[in-house]
Write a protein that binds this ligand. Structure first.
Ligand code: ADP
Ligand code: MG
Length: 624
């Protein structure tokens, strides 16, 4: 027998699970049955593709046994099994990132949502909610040795050699006080029906039935062992749509996603003809925890002729649709498909294309209900926007689906591009947008003054990906996107009088440039301002200040430094008066403050706050 210590993360997780006040403990059964089903899927696939396993006698099934006297519950499968090394790797460590965030979430809330455990790839450990000891006996397919893994979930586990008649895994739980109720036929049936009815393998429940024989004095009690199949056990998605009820779809979603929430919508397609395939997709209500992690899990499982092939192919749908959950089942692919073949497979590419169009089509329908759509968009707006640079084929549709905040909407509310277009003055050809840190600052940005004065709507883009996405989208129909943050943005709105006014300012600007030196790329007179004396913008091809921040956060310092351009407002009283100031020191203070206030208002840090305050105080002294 060998003793092993759990990895630190596993220990933290177990500690939280054991001490959790989470009441919905029944989900442990869903997780263990789901693992048994995965193990059967994996072996089924190998019996088609692995020569050594082709001849293996394989009766795919899950068996559940319990004893009320002993307080035990046992889930047994005839799946792929685990050898000694597998046991150490799978039931002693957690490889996936994201576990940390799950642990944090649980720590923050004693009743934390353990229901999510399956989505984080650590479902097995939920057994310790209802058991004070867990014993796993497993024999890997194609190997003779069996192994016993055992633990009380407190720091360590043991592994010793054991025996098992055939390949597969048996998980035996010694139920604790709270787990007791699961040593009954009714509790087990109820939980299986609720979460695992659509597991495509038969689940057999073994129980003792009491019957009576004879009459009167001769009447005798007779105990009999009975076995009953307690789940539907078909590939739900292959049943005719007419037979399926709403509840079937919801149940299957729970099986597939380990999510107790109802999905926003599902799309079930059974295609026959030139290509035979079935797809069933769901859009969850809440974004998966790993939506923005680079090692996000694929939400789509691939089957061929009902045989599970992989749940680890992130290219079954485009990356931007990674929040979609579902299955693809093809009749036309060979069962022994390899990863490389999948990548270039024409059949799969076609299914993928049609699926994307279908999914986007359903999202479009959802947009018909603004309240529901806003709910969807709050969760998945970002990935939908990513589609604008990932999926050129569907760009038109995606442009229909994106929403933005705008100077014409209330705070926190969205508008579509079609609505923007509808509000536009007929002679305009541009969609104006401003990018920056937060909706709050952007709504008050001096950059918007001129547009407000002329009644031109500007989209407010406070999402960091907007800045990458919008330029690559380029146009919306015949309208061009135009960033308000750039130095040339207002050029087309200038009148001759404006140009005249700007010219007058040339000598003043020359003086200001001397003072600001290399703090700025340029100083220009600008007609875009009305209430503010100055603002900063970036040169046409430079990244905006915000983008520079993103690049720095990504550890990219190699792009050089882009200085802002200071624009000043010729009509503003401060500028008018400053032109006549002779006092060199006063002129310098005022000039620098024009730059610093413009930076602050855009949410940009100024280099030397102490000097800024000194300058401000000197001017206050003079004014008071
Ligand atoms: P997940 O199922 O999301 O990978 P779990 O914590 O539920 O996470 O299980 C961890 C791993 O343990 C599985 O990926 C699998 O490799 C292994 N495992 C668990 N149960 C079984 C089983 N019944 N048969 C074979 N392997 C299993
Ligand atoms: Mg699992």
């Amino acid at each position: 027998m060998s003793k092993h210590e759990f990895q630190t993360e596993v220990n933290q997780l177990l500690h939280l699970i054991i001490h959790s006040l989470y009441s919905n403990k029944e989900i442990f059964l869903r997780e263990l049955v789901s693992n048994a089903s995965d193990a059967l899927d994996k072996l089924k696939f190998l019996t088609y593709t692995d020569d050594r396993l082709r001849e293996l006698p394989f009766d795919p099934r899950i068996d559940i046994r319990f004893s009320q006297e002993e307080n035990t519950l046992e889930i047994s499968d005839t799946g792929i099994g685990m050898n000694e090394q597998d046991l150490v790797e799978n039931l002693g460590t957690i490889a996936r990132s994201g576990t940390k965030s799950f642990i944090e979430a649980l720590k923050a809330d004693a009743k934390g949502d353990i229901n999510m455990i399956g989505q984080f790839g650590v479902g097995f450990y939920s057994a310790f909610m209802v058991a004070d000891r867990v014993r796993v006996t497993s024999r890997k397919a194609g190997e003779d040795a069996a192994w016993i893994w055992e633990s009380e979930g407190k720091g360590e586990y043991t592994i010793e050699s054991g025996a098992r008649d055939s390949q597969g895994t048996t998980v035996m739980l010694h139920l604790n006080e709270e787990g007791k109720e699961f040593a009954t036929r009714w509790a087990i049936e109820r939980v299986i029906k609720k979460y695992s009815d659509h597991i495509p393998f038969p689940i057999h429940l073994h129980y003792d039935a009491t019957s009576y024989e004879g009459e009167g004095k001769d009447r005798k009690e007779k105990k009999e062992r009975k076995v009953e199949k307690i789940n539907e056990a078909t590939a739900m998605w292959r049943r005719p749509k007419s037979e399926l009820k709403e509840e079937d779809y919801k149940e299957f979603y729970r099986v597939l996603s380990h999510d107790n929430d109802e999905p926003i919508l599902y799309i079930h397609t059974q295609a026959e003809g030139t290509m035979d395939y079935t797809t069933l997709f769901y859009i969850p209500r809440k974004a998966p925890f790993d939506l923005y992690l680079s090692d996000f899990r694929s939400g789509v499982k691939l089957y061929v002729k009902r045989v599970f092939i992989t749940d680890d192919d992130r290219d079954l749908l485009p990356t931007y649709l990674r929040f979609v959950r579902g299955i693809i089942d093809s009749e036309d692919l060979p069962l022994n498909v390899s990863r490389e073949i999948l990548q270039q497979n024409k059949v799969l590419a076609k299914i993928k294309n049609t699926s994307v169009k279908k999914i986007l089509g359903e999202i479009q329908k959802l947009a018909g209900d603004p309240t529901k759509y806003t709910e969807f968009y709050r969760e998945f707006g970002k990935p939908i926007k990513e589609g604008l640079y990932q999926d050129f084929e569907n760009r038109e549709t995606l442009l229909d689906l994106v929403r933005f905040k705008s100077t014409s909407t209330k705070k926190g509310e969205y508008t579509s591009l079609a609505e923007y277009k509808g509000r536009m003055k007929p002679d305009r050809k541009e969609i104006y947008y401003v990018t920056g840190e937060s909706e709050e600052t952007l709504r008050q940005s001096p950059l918007l003054e001129m547009y407000r004065d002329r009644g031109i709507e500007v989209l407010i883009m406070d999402d960091e990906i907007d800045e990458i996405v919008i330029p690559s989208a380029g146009r919306y129909g015949d309208l061009e996107f135009k960033s308000v943050n750039r130095s040339d943005a207002a050029d087309d709105l200038k009148t001759d009088e404006d140009r005249e006014k700007e010219k007058e300012l040339d000598p003043f600007i020359k003086r200001l440039k001397e003072i600001l030196g290399d703090r700025v790329k340029d100083v220009k007179a600008s007609t875009r301002l009305s209430d503010s004396p100055s603002c900063i913008v970036v040169d046409q091809n430079d990244p905006t200040v915000k983008m520079q921040g993103i690049l720095k956060a990504m550890g990219r310092f190699d792009f050089g430094e882009f200085k802002p351009i200071l624009e000043i407002n010729p009509r503003h009283a401060i500028i008018q008066r400053l032109r006549g100031v002779e006092d060199r020191a006063l002129y310098e203070d005022a000039g620098l403050l024009l730059l610093e206030q413009a930076m602050l208002i855009e949410g940009v840090k100024i280099d030397n706050p102490a000097q800024f305050v000194q300058r401000l105080n000197r001017l206050m002294e003079k004014a008071l």
